[in-house]
Design a protein around this ligand. Structure first.
Ligand SMILES: O=C(O)C(=O)C[C@]1(C(=O)O)C=C[C@@H](O)C=C1
Length: 379
């Protein structure tokens, strides 16, 4: 067998396929015009199902199984083309004009959950030169302050390399319609802190944020006593409650900065189970904003509850040559086993492919929200 002869034949057939595909697409354009005139939706599920059945019937037994995916894809292309002609796809998903600024303002009002010394506070200091910080007790309160315009920005932790996503923050992004303006990744070292004179063998209870407790699970398990883990709002509060407690059998898992701030001793440095432990924080704003040179965009999408729905969205992103940086599923609040997806793509409104990505995936989703485009920095 001569490979070059086979390939030449394949090339010939492909040229015919392309010609036929284009003819098919031109007819789809006529169908789109008809649908616009009659107010019919582009998607006709019954027609697609009948089309796939009929096409499968026409194929010989050996190739029947390949027909449904081939025709699904072809009709998906046909729908994407029709939507682009009708220009009814992505209107409103991404605001038409997004403010562009060179840098985050040096002296912005920023809401930070927790107290001085918390990792969110450290992230805030890394992002802003001279911020006017309002400390608030919860993640929800950060969102409230941004939403109500009491501050320009809020700092929230989004995910940790060991313990995973901070679920509540994703839920807030979705519910409050906040936009990410910047992300920062910090290396997190957890220390074991106690009052001066307290030894590790005295300790029966450790306080920390639940994420930090999770990141130090193995360490806690091998401590001299059987230790109770108690979750606090954040690691700085854990340090302050140990400092203010009369007890001499408690410790906090917190930062070296908090040891200094609250007059505690570091019993052990870097006790997290994974030596390389990073947390990604986001800086959120009420309106989308392109700060500096954004590198990635975050999207939230809900696909129809049917086979292949997410695959179709992802295949569109891939077909446009756009790199996907993250895919995370979350249950939809109030629904049973239905999921929404957070997708980060390496593409922003400054890139030519961005509008096309949005235009092509929007018709495939029950709901699509744009969560902002931003640069990711590390400290
Ligand atoms: O027949 C139609 O109504 C079309 O729009 C054409 C087509 C196709 O490409 O075959 C595309 C979308 C519909 O969901 C069904 C079929």
């Amino acid at each position: 067998m001569d490979l070059s002869i086979s390939r030449a034949r394949i090339d010939e057939i492909d040229a015919q396929i392309i010609e036929l595909f284009e003819r098919r697409m031109h007819i789809a354009a006529d169908v789109a015009a008809y649908k616009r005139a009659t107010g019919k939706p582009v998607l006709d599920k019954a027609r697609e199902a009948a089309k796939i059945d009929k096409a499968t019937e026409l194929a010989s037994d050996e190739f029947k199984k390949f027909i449904p995916p081939l025709f699904s894809m072809m009709m998906e292309m046909s729908r994407a083309y029709q939507h682009s002609l009708l220009d009814d796809g992505s209107e409103g998903v991404v605001p038409a004009a997004i403010d562009e600024v060179a840098e985050l303002p040096a002296a912005a009002h920023v809401a930070v959950q927790g107290v001085e010394g918390a990792y969110q506070h450290i992230a805030c200091r890394e992002l802003f030169v001279d911020p006017d910080i309002v400390f608030v007790p919860t993640f929800d309160a950060v969102a409230d302050a941004v939403e109500e315009g009491r501050v320009e920005y809020g700092i929230l932790p989004l995910e940790n390399s060991t313990a995973g996503t901070v679920d509540r923050v994703y839920d807030l992004l979705y519910k409050r319609g906040l936009y990410i303006a910047r992300a920062i990744t910090l290396r997190i070292n957890h220390d074991l802190l106690a009052k001066p004179g307290v030894e590790e063998s005295d300790i029966v209870e450790v306080f920390s944020h639940e994420q930090a407790l999770r990141q130090c699970t193995d360490f806690i398990a091998q401590m001299p006593n059987e230790v109770t883990s108690t979750a606090c709002r954040n690691t700085a509060m854990a340090a302050s409650s140990v400092a203010n407690s009369e007890r001499r059998d408690v410790a906090a898992i917190s930062s070296t900065a908090c040891a200094e701030l609250y007059g505690l001793n570091v019993l052990q440095h870097a006790i997290q189970d994974e030596a390389d432990n990073f947390t990604r924080f986001i800086c959120v704003a009420k309106k989308p904003q392109l700060v500096g040179v954004p590198e990635r965009s975050s999207l939230l999408l809900i696909t129809p509850h049917e086979a292949g729905a997410l695959f179709r969205v992802l295949s569109r992103i891939a077909a446009l040559g756009v790199n996907m940086l993250k895919l995370e599923s979350r249950p939809i609040p109030g629904s049973e086993f239905e999921f929404m997806f957070y997708v980060d793509i390496e593409c922003t409104p400054n890139d030519a492919a961005f509008d096309e990505v949005i235009a092509q995936i929007e018709p495939l989703c029950d709901s699509l929200a744009y969560l902002g485009s931003y640069a990711e920095v590390s400290a």
